[in-house]
Design a protein around this ligand. Structure first.
Ligand code: ARG
Length: 525
């Protein structure tokens, strides 16, 4: 995201309005399978600047965010043993890698930006593509934002509450404050937003280096006790804990096992989310048919390795039960081994999550901007601030939805809600790949992934979607499904037939004056 923002920044002087639409998540739009040649089609279009190194950075920089600092305890709870949690961590990495390889085939077949949006358009036509932009603007991006802001708040507050657990309200309030601050930064100037992003990415790297270095020292000193017999349930190891025996062999126990496994994957997969990020900016990659698959093959294993090392480091310093008890693992880690420098940990995690939230809002604003320019969302969401050239209405809109999610949810429930919805679309992309192998067998595929990969990922995504519902039907899953379905009620009158209610003119005019925004003349595709 950092890279993509730099491009945004450099393009903003020449063609201020050009960047947002081409920038990122959801931009571009349908252009048919050939994809555009930006440099030929449009002189002010972003240049192809993302090479191999920046491609890897774009993937790694998006994937590493809040998850590795908040998910490890949740994953231990949901798997019940250290060994299983490692299996799930690695499994999530492999699943992301397989998903991304299938996306590499899709991305090199259709090189227009916008990932899922473009692939759905090719394979299934406009309605599913609309549903994707509808759900990602209203649910996926805002829930990402809410989760990251809540993680930020948890670490920021934890730093000041060493003795007791910080009250939930305080965490939510701090999360809202962070959200507002990030909104202001992004509305104020694109340069400021990219500056924040660059500086804060450094924080992320420091945090990871410190954790891995600290863990390695501890391991070398012989603190390996929590890494032995890892498949024993840690609850049984703890003498004073009464272990509840579960009814073995019954259908219910099995459903529960699979449901738990699926939600454990949700927790882990959140930390890996962002593996498809390069596909949103394919138009800006140099030689995409080589660099897209390569960046994926380097970036995702790298993140998997980092996550495994960080988990080992945590366990070198604390027991699994201590990890579960800790509201903020990295803080506990810092308190144990950094001595007087312990403040470094919450600070760098807060900095990292803040940066990741900033990048997520940055991309979300562009997605909103692009989708409304396609006639898929209200017109006023595509307006741009008249002096600052930031897509302020889109940013504000996202922040309002994200704010409501912060108030109404917890990190864990939001992660489940997010992953459930996201995997419906990731699975949909696998189906798109399989469909196009049949419907367009002779279309050039510069990168062809083995057929088993999309089939495997499709089956796993169906499992991930169905198992938690069967095990523990939660109302949130129903909301998510109903919300996707509700999109069709909007699609038919407002998008297919282009009906605009009369009062919208008034609303648009009012917002234009209130926010000092205007429609832009620069066409983005
Ligand atoms: N994996 C990231 C984290 O652990 C979240 C990425 C959010 N996704 C995105 N496309 N920005 O915080």
């Amino acid at each position: 995201e950092q890279q993509q923002q730099q491009q945004q920044q450099s393009s903003s002087s020449a063609a201020p309005i050009d960047g947002p639409a081409n920038d990122g998540d959801g931009g571009g739009g349908p252009r048919g399978l050939e994809g555009p040649d930006p440099e030929k089609d449009d002189p002010v279009h972003l240049k192809r600047r993302v090479g191999l190194v920046s491609g890897v950075a774009l993937i790694v920089g998006t994937m590493i965010g809040s998850g590795i600092f908040v998910s490890p305890s949740g994953l231990l709870i949901r798997t019940g043993s250290v060994g299983m949690s490692f299996v799930v961590w690695t499994g999530c990495g492999l699943l992301s890698l397989c998903g991304a390889l299938a996306y590499a085939e899709l991305g090199t077949m259709n090189t227009s930006s916008g990932a899922e949006y473009a692939y759905f358009m090719d394979a299934f036509g406009a309605p599913p593509a609309f549903l994707f932009s509808w759900v990602s603007t209203l649910v996926l991006k805002p829930s990402q934002m809410a989760i990251i802001c809540l993680s930020f708040a948890q670490y920021a507050v934890e730093a000041f509450a060493s003795e007791c657990d910080p009250p939930g309200e305080v965490v939510k309030l701090v999360a809202l404050l962070a959200l507002v601050l990030i909104l202001l930064v992004n509305c104020y100037s694109v340069n400021l937003a990219t500056g924040v992003q660059n500086a804060f990415t450094a924080g992320k790297l420091i945090a990871i280096l410190v954790i891995v270095a600290g863990g390695t020292c501890k391991l070398l000193q012989g603190n390996t006790q929590h890494l032995r017999n890892t498949f024993d349930s840690f609850e049984e190891k703890q003498e004073d804990t009464t272990v509840q025996q579960q009814p073995q062999g019954s259908v219910f126990a099995e459903a529960e096992f699979y449901g738990k496994l699926a939600t454990a994957f949700y927790t882990g997969l959140w930390a890996y989310d962002g593996w498809n990020n390069l596909n949103y900016v394919t138009e800006e990659i140099k030689d995409p048919s080589r660099n897209l698959p390569r960046s994926i093959m380097i970036g995702i294993p790298l993140v998997t390795l980092c996550y495994a090392l960080i988990n080992v480091s945590y366990l070198a310093v604390m027991s699994p039960l201590e990890m579960i008890d800790s509201e903020a693992v990295a803080v506990t880690f810092g308190n144990r081994i950094l001595g007087v420098m312990a403040w470094l940990m919450p600070l760098s995690v807060a900095v990292s999550t803040f940066g990741s939230a900033n990048g997520t809002l940055f991309a979300a604003g562009r997605l909103c901007f692009a989708a409304s320019r396609q006639g898929h969302l209200m017109d006023c969401l595509s307006y741009v601030h008249v002096r600052r050239f930031t897509p302020a209405p889109g940013l504000i809109f996202h922040s309002l939805v994200a704010g409501a999610m912060i108030l109404s949810g917890s990190i864990d429930s939001l992660i489940d809600f997010f992953s459930f919805t996201a995997w419906i679309f990731y699975g949909g992309s696998m189906l798109a790949l399989l469909v196009m192998r049949r419907t367009r067998p002779n279309h050039p595929r510069p990168y062809r992934c083995p057929l088993a990969i999309p089939i495997l990922v499709l089956v796993i995504s169906i499992f991930l979607i169905v198992a938690p519902i069967v095990d523990n039907p939660q109302i949130e899953y129903l909301y998510a499904a109903a919300f996707i379905g509700a999109g069709m009620f909007f699609y038919v009158p407002f998008v297919k037939y282009g009906y605009v209610p009369k009062f919208m003119d008034g609303v648009n005019a009012f917002l234009q004056m209130l926010l000092e925004v205007a429609p832009t003349a620069a066409a983005f595709d």
